[in-house]
Write a protein that binds this ligand. Structure first.
Ligand code: PHE
Length: 448
């Protein structure tokens, strides 16, 4: 297939839902509520919304426009615009290759929990040792990992429109409905309404530079920026589709789901812990250890638990699909092999790379890299180091090499660009400065 036959989304809705499917993932569900509880509820929500509709969408316009302009995935797009910057493409391409295997390992855990709840065994998940025993066993997590990887492989193999787009069009609306069901049930728990108020009420005493940086870091990850995904999806976008309004809709979708996730988790946890939501933890501990206990304390908790894990599965699956599609497009553009061969290569390669992340909690738990488990190390290297570096380089590349006009022209080729005046200082100065600060904080050169 040559580039002018490159696959594409059918139209705006397909693009927006597929990109929103990528954005809405585990980050929305297991990290956003924790950050909101930590950084003062309403004040964090406010900062997050402001940053999403400025910082978040501007970076998204940039990536989508680069993809659509070049019709290429990240690995070739930078080099096609300026040969000297080919290395940024390579650097970007590494990120989804690192994330796909370990993110899918976690997706496998979610699938296991879905199966546990759907088969009526939710109670067993409440024991303190259930999760630890599961992830430290050798075969079970690998089986679930291979299963979810294979489901994603089949969907990606079906193609951009028939696989990626169609699956998002089915899963995303269901996800919204299921999350509203869980949030309403959570808020109706005795004592939970106070937790809902706690979540919404701004606590100004908790506002600090840390609030802004916490929100920024979360935004990056949550909008699937700086990992080549939006470049790839942009390359599948038709020329007449409005980049500005699509990006705003994706960010809006992502924020709404994050907001609803907060409304399911914070009030439920508040009621469960007797009003101490600050003890809410982030990450697997919250989802796989604490929440099953919370469900147990709810009316119809096993049903709500099942609904919850199905929605998380959809959130994880659409993100895994976007990662896999991005890696497939990289392999396809680089190796010039057929799309089917690219899919098979990525499927097998990711399974091989993912297995150590899975074993890192069991037989390989003694293996640590810089003091971290294998999975945590991959997570740190990609999210905390490589992604900010790629984002800084992208801003500088657009700001000073190809010039903001290249992105502006691409956006204006299909619609009016309302953010135009703001975009130039943003991409040249504001964004790179903010992201350099994030990087220094992540590397612990600056502490808040
Ligand atoms: N945006 C996703 C989330 O919030 C995370 C993600 C990371 C998705 C990497 C795809 C790739 O969970």
């Amino acid at each position: 297939m040559s580039n002018n036959e490159r696959a594409s989304f059918s139209g705006k809705l397909g693009f927006v839902l597929a990109a929103a499917g990528s954005a809405v993932g585990l980050g929305n569900i297991w990290r956003f509520p924790y950050l909101a509880a930590k950084y003062g509820g309403g004040i964090f929500l406010f900062v997050y919304v402001i940053l999403a509709i400025t910082f978040g969408v501007c970076l998204m316009f940039t990536e989508v426009a680069i993809g659509r302009k070049t019709n290429l995935s990240a690995i070739e797009a930078y080099g096609a615009l300026d040969k000297r910057f080919k290395f940024v493409g390579y650097l970007t391409a590494i990120i989804p290759m690192i994330i796909l295997p370990y993110y899918t390992v976690i997706g496998g855990w979610v699938m296991k929990y879905c199966a546990v709840y759907l088969t009526g065994h939710g109670k067993s998940a409440t024991s303190d040792t259930f999760f630890g025993n599961f992830i430290s066993s050798t075969s079970s997590p690998i089986i679930w990992f291979v299963l979810i990887m294979t489901i994603s492989f089949v969907i990606v193999l079906l193609g951009v429109e028939k696989g990626v787009e169609k699956s998002s069009k089915v899963m995303m609306p269901i996800l919204v409905v299921l999350s509203i069901i869980v949030a309403v049930s959570a808020i109706r728990m005795p004592g939970a309404f106070d937790g809902f108020i706690y979540y919404l009420k701004p606590d100004f005493s908790k506002f600090s530079a840390g609030t802004v940086l916490g929100a920024l870091g979360q935004l990056f990850y949550s909008l699937s920026l700086a990992m080549g995904i939006m470049i790839t999806y942009g390359s599948y976008m038709k020329k007449h589709v409005n980049i500005e309004s699509s990006s705003l809709q994706i960010a809006g979708f992502d924020m709404i789901i994050a907001f609803i996730a907060g409304a399911m988790i914070i009030p439920a946890f508040y009621a469960f812990s007797g009003g101490n939501p600050e003890s809410l933890s982030a990450g697997p501990g919250l989802m796989f250890v604490t929440l099953p206990k919370v469900f147990e304390a709810m009316h119809f908790g096993h049903i709500i638990g099942a609904v919850f894990f199905v929605l998380v599965l959809f959130a994880a699956l659409t993100s895994i699909i976007s990662l896999m599609e991005t890696v497939v497009s990289i392999v396809y553009d680089k190796l010039k092999i057929s799309r089917t061969a690219s899919c098979v290569t990525v499927w097998i390669g990711s399974m091989i790379i993912g297995i150590p992340s899975s074993l890192g909690f069991g037989v390989w738990s003694k293996v640590t890299i810089f003091g971290k488990s294998i999975l945590d190390f991959f997570d740190f290297a990609s999210n905390s180091v490589l992604m900010p570096i790629v984002a800084i380089l992208t801003c500088l590349f657009v700001g000073f090499v190809i010039k903001p006009k290249a992105v502006i022209d691409e956006i204006e080729s299909s619609s009016k660009f309302h953010f135009k005046k703001f975009y130039v200082p943003f991409i040249k100065i504001i964004a790179p400065v903010l992201i350099i600060i994030i990087l220094l904080v992540n590397l612990q050169f600056i502490k808040f």
